[in-house]
Design a protein around this ligand. Structure first.
Ligand code: ZN
Length: 157
């Protein structure tokens, strides 16, 4: 690896990052391993990926990502009322409780309890960061070309 390398499509990027929303740290690699991903294949959110092109190892950047380029705008259709008796007793009926449910095909979906009514519970299926502007502070910690196999799988091995 040479320090002349820059972030381009097909590069495996090792990156330290901190994500802030409304000034609050939501997620950070500090104290953990940096993340690794392949640039240009959609491993990370589009607004962040596009801001990284041309960065060198050791370079840092603050990147603002709009909701649209991040986790998407809030979808009003993603608020769904569910009869209360469809929830097992083990789930606390409290606003803010995060749930994993399955769609008709058995795929996992994540939801948060938005409102608890007498008869129904409203679930919010929006991503918790939908509608939020994201502020990333990133440092490129490493770069190497992805292998053919990694490119075929679209993930880092
Ligand atoms: Zn693989």
């Amino acid at each position: 690896m040479t320090n002349e390398a820059t972030v381009q499509d097909g590069q495996v990027v090792t990156m330290e990052y901190t994500l802030r929303v409304d000034g609050e740290v939501i997620d950070t690699s500090e104290g953990h391993e940096p993340i690794e991903f392949i640039q240009g294949v959609g491993n990370i959110i589009p607004g962040l990926e596009s801001a990284l092109y041309g960065m060198k190892v050791g370079e840092s950047k603050d990147v603002q990502v709009s909701a649209k380029e991040g986790y998407g705008e809030e979808d009003p259709a993603a608020y769904v009322d569910v009869p209360r008796d469809q929830f097992p007793d083990t789930i606390p009926m409290e606003v803010g409780v995060a749930l994993s449910v399955q769609d008709g095909n058995g795929n996992p979906l994540h939801a948060t309890i938005q409102e608890v009514g007498e008869e129904t519970v409203q679930l919010n299926f929006n991503h918790p960061l939908a509608g939020k502007e994201l502020h990333f502070s990133v440092t490129i910690a490493g770069l190497r070309p992805a292998t053919e196999e990694e490119m075929a799988h679209k993930h880092v091995h």
